[in-house]
Design a protein around this ligand. Structure first.
Ligand code: ARG
Length: 466
């Protein structure tokens, strides 16, 4: 059955696309969310066309008014998206052409290839800033808990075995570092996005006398001094999808971070630990076991992180075998980054909510950290202070641990006479090591969990997080 040929590119076709092909090839169902950026790009492009005399000021104004009206309709949910026009770009251009005759000139010196690259770069800048704000929300929730309960001591773990005591604040600050790196990474991705593709055309620019710098300035693709930044190779510009992977990577790594936090919270909220109670609002019950309160928000966070990694993988694989330059495969670049963005924003908010509502069981933390074995390393340091080489000290403390196990006594309750027999470095004051205040106060260096350092970090984070 013959179909009407496609309106924008159908000139050389006698048949239109099959319905199945339309359904298969359309992207408007997901790229319609680029509309504000597409319109912003078209306004800048038409302003440039007028600036260089390719259209008149009147034509530019008519195009701008038409685009503004279309954006209003889209925002009001009244715009009719039509898969026959494939994507967001052609839907908007089609609608504009019906209203504004001058719109037939809008696509002068432009291709959808540099257009979609521009839309996405604008979108990435917006997405990075937005996600960063949501991560900041999670950081602020962490800081609030650190302020409220950060003075409580808990065991720090390696290999999920009790290792050494730390203030809860120090543990939470570790999360702040992770999230701060995520925000730095997003700012870097936004900086990489800050180059204007328009003017690259389909692949090889245009013969028309356009002003790329003008367009770049209009769209805010400028450096710190306000100088326009335009992409430097037309072929690379329409083929390049690095930003997509970079953004997905930033989200995937954020996912790794929140997944690790979620895992800690799941452990902490278990009966075995009971360091924390998670808020009812972010937990669910069991349909069978009435006593259950499950840490579902944390588990779903852990699960979502897998999805974020999958999106990155999709993008890397999509691009790896493509010859230069644009290939239609690249249309598949958008669903993964949109999904990474949507899910990351959601995860940041859920993380913030779960943390904000979390209660710390100070008694359980105190009981866990009272284990004197947590200060075995401090005992080795005590021997070092008394002139014993560390390796020897390590062994001498091992002997004390062994003795404690044999006598079934806590480390600090061993008879001093017995301990002194194990190594001449042990003096009468050997048990003074088993004092948490002393232990913490001695951890003075930058990055350590001592109280003076924690205080310093509080100041730093308060300043950083506003
Ligand atoms: N919807 C397309 C995409 O997202 C726009 C670019 C189309 N270019 C083309 N030559 N067919 O990739």
């Amino acid at each position: 059955m013959a179909k009407k040929s496609q309106a924008t590119w159908g000139g050389r076709f006698s048949d239109g696309p099959a319905d199945l092909m339309l359904r298969f090839s359309e992207s408007v169902s997901f790229d319609h969310r680029l509309a504000p950026f597409d319109i912003q790009g078209s306004k800048a492009h038409s302003a440039m066309l007028a600036h260089v005399g390719l259209i008149t000021a009147k034509e530019r104004d008519a195009i701008h008014a038409g685009l503004d009206a279309i954006l209003k309709e889209i925002e009001a949910g009244k715009f009719k998206w039509d898969t026959r026009f494939e994507d967001v770009h052609m839907n908007i251009e089609q609608a504009l052409t019906q209203r504004v005759p001058a719109a037939a000139k809008l696509h002068t010196a432009r291709s959808r290839n540099d257009q979609v690259a521009t839309d996405m770069r604008l979108w990435f800048k917006h997405a990075c800033a937005t996600l960063s704000q949501h991560i900041l929300g999670a950081q602020r929730a962490l800081l609030t808990i650190a302020k409220r309960d950060g003075d409580v001591l808990i065991p720090g773990y390696t290999h999920l075995q009790r290792a050494q005591p730390v203030y809860l604040a120090h543990h939470l600050f570790a999360y702040l570092e992770m999230l701060e790196r995520d925000r730095t990474r997003l700012a870097e991705v936004a900086a990489h996005a800050n180059w204007c593709p328009l003017g690259s055309g389909a692949i090889a620019g245009t013969t028309l006398p356009i002003d790329r710098e003008f367009t770049a300035k209009q769209l805010g693709f400028v450096d710190a001094k306000g100088r326009p930044q335009v992409s430097q190779n037309s072929m690379d510009t329409v083929a390049d999808r690095d930003l997509f992977s970079e953004f997905a990577h930033a989200c995937a790594l954020f996912g790794v971070h929140f997944s690790r936090m979620a895992e800690d919270l799941i452990l902490w909220s278990s009966s075995e630990f009971k360091f924390a109670d998670l808020p009812d609002a972010f937990c669910t019950g069991s349909s069978l076991m009435p006593q259950k309160k499950n840490p579902d928000s944390c588990e779903i966070l852990r699960g979502k992180s897998a999805r974020l990694q999958g999106n990155l993988h999709t993008l890397l694989t999509m691009a790896k075998g493509l010859p230069l330059t644009y290939n239609r495969d690249l249309q598949e670049d958008k669903p993964p980054v949109f999904d990474s963005f949507d899910q990351s924003v959601l995860c940041a908010d859920v993380l913030a909510g779960t943390i904000a509502g979390m209660k710390i069981n100070r008694d359980r933390c105190a009981a866990a950290v009272a284990d004197p074995a947590l200060l075995a390393t401090d005992l080795a340091d005590y021997l070092v202070d008394n002139g014993v080489p560390f390796r020897e000290a390590h062994h001498a403390v091992g002997a004390v641990v062994k003795l404690a196990e044999t006598l079934k006594l806590p480390l600090n309750e061993l008879p001093t006479a017995e301990v002194k027999k194990l190594h001449p470095g042990y003096k009468d004051d050997w048990a003074s090591v088993f004092n948490l205040d002393r232990a913490m106060a001695r951890r003075r260096g930058t990055g350590m969990p001592g109280p003076a350092q924690v205080k310093k970090q509080f100041k730093r984070w308060e300043k950083l997080l506003g």
